[in-house]
Write a protein that binds this ligand. Structure first.
Ligand code: HEM
Length: 407
């Protein structure tokens, strides 16, 4: 494609109506944007960044804010449960609240707790594989990928198994309200989900306060206890429990689904993994890089932010960090569109970077290693049964359905 055409496509690029084919195959559009407009203005206040070095610079800049109170007030209304939730969860806060909540949460999601969870995840996965084998029309999303993370977070918070039924629906309703321009129906469902979830958690917390669990195993008990430097107030505790479920749910479901899809469509890489199962760790990093479950993070600049590409973002700019684009930047990754399960180093940005980098990244990695490792061991000839159905949202990347043949 000549520079003139690339410039025209780049000039017209918008997230509200992306170019045809972008959602299915974004990489060629990102390559064009990176070449002719790495800092692409979506409107007079907001930019879309596609170069790895620029995205990294914004994640690490001290002159950016994650606080969304101003942005969410006109969308949700300040009296709504959705507003209370999304403005209290740590991901949309700045210091000092962010620093305090993150310290306590990260302490609770420690490596020891994750290692202890692994055997339980393996049992859960084997159980799901048994049920997948019995399904008349096996769907890797509904019968497998979507079932794992909600149970893992349920275990983390020690939510009784019989009470987990509504968790997935609440989580989907709360997150769907974050899409651009959520309809009245989507907002009503989101508000109802926050209220019901809060009611449920208030009861659970009262029980846990009366009968604390083992703080080495039960993240909720650790969050209740706080740490030597202090604790969370009740509102912070409730909304961050909701956030934990939301943050670790669809993202990890999509990592497992996208990962399975990449491996099924790259038989040479799958064969290599089957011959050398020890490669599962680097393989999961490559799956995260190529098909990142979260595609966009946002920041608001609080002062001028100079970028490595030579541009400067003025104060008050709303920044879209295009994670998927950064992860395919040839300046950061050799032959970026090639899948290489041995790629190392692999400093992808699928978990973000800097002060808000994902606190659950090692939980997600463990889930993906166990789920994908065991899936392809059990069904080595797993193949697609028709085209998978893509989820067409821009922030989340994944599939709604993935019919498969097991042998
Ligand atoms: C493949 C799965 C996952 C992906 C791709 C992912 C991605 C991300 C990204 C990109 C951020 C940064 C947001 C920002 O900078 O604005 C983030 C934050 C976060 N994630 Fe994850 N995540 C995943 C799984 C999980 C899991 C399993 C948990 C919990 C068990 C979790 C908990 C969190 C928390 C608490 C934050 C907020 C950190 C902060 O604001 O300081 N995530 N995640």
């Amino acid at each position: 494609m000549d520079d003139e055409t690339a410039r025209r496509i780049a000039r017209d690029f918008s997230l509200a109506s992306p170019p045809p084919g972008f959602i299915d195959h974004p990489a060629p559009v990102w390559a064009m944007l990176r070449r002719v407009a790495p800092v692409h203005w979506l409107d007079e206040r907001s930019v879309y960044l596609t170069a790895y070095a620029d995205v990294l610079a914004v994640y690490r800049s001290p002159a950016v804010s994650s606080d969304k109170r101003q942005a969410f007030a006109p969308v949700f209304g300040t009296a709504s449960p959705l507003y209370a939730h999304h403005t209290t969860s740590l991901v949309f806060n700045d210091p000092p609240r962010h620093t305090r909540v993150r310290r306590i949460l990260t302490g609770a999601l420690n490596q020891r707790a994750i290692t202890r969870m692994e055997a339980g995840v393996a049992t859960l996965v084997d159980d799901l594989l048994d049920r997948l084998a019995d399904a008349p029309e096996p769907d890797l999303m509904a019968h497998f990928a979507a079932q794992i993370p909600v149970e893992v977070i349920g275990n983390l918070l020690a939510i009784p198994r019989a009470e987990r039924g509504p968790l997935r629906g609440w989580s989907l309703a709360i997150l769907s309200a974050l899409e651009p321009a959520p309809s009245a129906a989507v907002q009503a469902a989101g508000n109802a989900a926050v209220s019901e979830f809060l009611d449920y958690l208030r009861r659970l917390l009262a029980q846990r306060r009366a009968e604390p669990g083992d703080p080495e195993l039960d993240v909720l008990t650790r969050l209740l206890q706080g740490d030597a430097q202090g604790g969370l107030d009740d509102t912070e505790l409730l909304h961050n429990c909701i956030f934990l479920l939301n943050a670790g749910h669809e993202t990890t479901t999509n990592l497992i689904g996208n990962g399975a899809q990449l491996l099924m469509t790259h038989p040479d890489q799958l064969e290599r993994l089957q011959a050398e199962p020890g490669l599962i760790g680097t393989a999961v990093e490559e799956l995260l890089r190529l098909e990142s479950p979260i595609q966009i993070n946002n920041r608001l600049t609080t002062a001028e932010v100079p970028l490595p590409s030579g541009h400067t973002l003025p104060a008050g700019t709303f920044v879209h960090l295009a994670i998927g684009a950064a992860n395919r930047d040839p300046a950061a990754f050799g032959v970026p569109d090639r899948m290489d399960i041995t790629r190392s180093p692999n400093h992808h940005l699928a978990f973000g970077q800097g002060s808000h980098a994902c606190s659950g990244m090692n939980v997600a990695r463990m889930e993906a290693r166990v789920a994908l490792g065991r899936l392809f061991q059990r069904f080595p000839r797993l193949t697609a049964r028709g085209e998978p159905l893509r989820d067409r949202r821009l922030r989340f990347r994944g599939f709604k359905a993935m019919p498969v043949w097991l042998d």
